[in-house]
Design a protein around this ligand. Structure first.
Ligand code: ZN
Length: 506
């Protein structure tokens, strides 16, 4: 996605506080770690995915090429079987040549509406918000500063109908800031709609002219009004002009191309279980990305990780009791669509799912795993990550994390494990033109391959599954225990949960 992480710091159980009893054969874990840290095709695989194929939006040829890339790379890594599973997204979307020319003039007098001669015009750097509607070329749209877009800010701005609303933002520094960027926008769009604004320009949350793709669409639907991200420096200039009492207007064109339903695919490579092949663990990451950059940190590096985790287990010569399904999901950025679809279509076999491991935060160091509020799996989870202490992976967090591909499995009651990672260089490059191969920390990524492979293997190799599939009521209780209900309501997921549209059925 969007990779929004909502972190409820309910409780952190660290290995430092709870000395672990190694539950599994450390010898096998160590063999896998050795194999993961060996030279491998991961760099070359990621170079091909990012530099040669590029940004991967579902419905584009690049995404189709990426699916082929995944099938080939899984085969080369030694998968017992490889296949893809298609699904539909409601709309295709791509950006045209977005243009925003900003002009300014002195106000002739504070009481007159007209302006004096144009002082300057400049081309503001701007990109459309993803899955937002197009706007036919329109000239002389008055710009109004609506502060951070609160109810009070809108009242202060007065009549904004037909205008372009400039919204202030803060620079992205932490996971919490990223969550705020996603949660702040929908109420602003509500107010803009109600006030009949022409369009909204959000100031970029990155400095130095960095532009990035953002979406507020939750399930691949087209948004309600035209929106752009304007380069922070241009946005601040517009705000200063307005604050100085100048008239500011924009000539705006957002020729997005929007089409009907499109097909895209998840890619699955398997290692078949030796004793209970019908039971399975999922090790997953999304393969799709935005297209301003080449989707290296989000999430090409982790797609390459999933493939290399399969290779590491195979080359270590160890055999898991259960099957491991290594899955590259599509449509994650449009609202977790690939994993949601997979969970829905495999619902009848989720009683046999023995855990889901997901990586989706670039190459910042892993600190531990979030386990979806599952107190029952906590002691075993601590044991399973004991071999990863050498990488400083120590924490098991009892929170229900949101915003990546474990989510619909968590709502189905399956035990989930999302890697918690340091921000590192992820946020400044998030969904941006600068999310390219050169940003990837490969020595760190190889450690993550080891972690994902070890955890996936151990979950598949336990004598009993790490935990049962929770019932509808147990999942709901877990939401309450982790204070997740308000977040679910704010994001609209609660209604889907209550109505049975999403998650474990009653
Ligand atoms: Zn992502």
């Amino acid at each position: 996605m969007r990779t929004v992480k909502i972190l409820f710091f309910v409780c952190i159980f660290s290995l430092a506080a709870f000395p672990a009893n190694p539950a599994t054969d450390n010898n096998e874990a160590n063999k896998i770690i050795q194999a993961a840290l060996q030279p491998s095709p991961i760099q070359e695989n990621l170079r091909r995915l990012t530099d040669e194929i590029g940004g991967r939006v579902p419905g584009t040829p690049a995404m189709q090429h990426a699916v082929q890339w995944g099938m080939q790379a899984f085969t080369a890594a030694g998968a017992d079987s490889v296949h893809s599973e298609g699904f539909e997204i409601p709309n295709s979307w791509s950006e045209g040549a977005t243009e925003m020319i900003v002009s300014t003039a002195h106000q002739v007098s504070s009481t007159s509406i007209g302006g004096g001669p144009v002082l300057s015009s400049f081309r503001a750097r701007a990109v459309s918000v993803a899955w937002a509607p197009a706007l036919a070329p329109v000239k002389h749209v008055p710009v109004v500063d609506v502060g951070e877009g609160s109810e009070a800010d809108f009242r202060k701005a007065g009549d904004v109908s037909g205008k372009l609303l400039l919204v202030h933002t803060t620079v992205l520094k932490t996971w919490a800031d990223l969550f705020a960027e996603y949660s702040n926008a929908p109420p602003i769009i509500d107010r803009a709609m109600k006030a009949k604004a022409r369009a909204v320009a959000f100031m970029a949350t990155r400095e130095h002219d960095i532009l990035y793709r953002h979406t507020n669409s939750a399930a691949g639907e087209i948004d309600r009004l035209p929106m752009v991200i304007v380069a922070r420096e241009d946005g601040e200039r517009m705000a200063r002009l307005l604050a100085a009492g100048n008239l500011v207007w924009a000539d705006l064109s957002i020729p997005n191309q929007i089409g009907g339903p499109i097909k895209t695919s998840n890619v699955i490579g398997e290692i078949r279980g030796s004793e209970r092949p019908d039971e399975f663990v999922i090790v997953g990451a999304h393969l799709d990305s935005w297209e301003l950059g080449t989707g290296a940190l989000d999430n090409g590096c982790n797609a390459a990780l999933v493939i290399d985790a399969l290779r590491a287990i195979k080359s270590a010569g160890v055999l898991p009791r259960r099957t491991i399904r290594f899955i590259l999901f599509s449509g994650e950025e449009e609202g977790l669509l690939g994993s949601r679809n997979y969970a829905l279509h495999h619902r009848s076999e989720l009683d046999r799912a023995a855990g889901v491991v997901v990586y989706d935060s670039g190459t910042g160091k892993t600190t531990g795993f979030s386990i979806g509020g599952r107190k029952d799996v906590l002691p075993t989870a601590r044991n399973l990550i004991a071999p990863l202490q050498q990488f400083d992976v120590n924490d098991v967090k009892l929170d229900m994390e949101w915003g990546t591909d474990h989510f619909d499995f968590m709502l189905e009651g399956v035990p989930t494990f999302v890697a918690d990672q340091e921000e590192a260089n992820y946020l400044e490059n998030y969904h941006a033109v600068s999310d390219t191969y050169d940003k990837v920390d490969f020595p760190q990524l190889k450690k993550h391959v080891a972690e994902a492979a070890v955890l996936g293997f151990e979950l598949a190799n336990l004598s009993e599954k790490i935990g049962p599939r929770l019932s509808h009521d147990q999942i709901e209780q877990t939401m309450r225990d982790t204070n997740s209900v308000d977040m679910m309501k704010a994001s609209g997921v609660w209604d889907e949960w209550e109505s049975g549209k999403r998650g474990r059925q009653k």
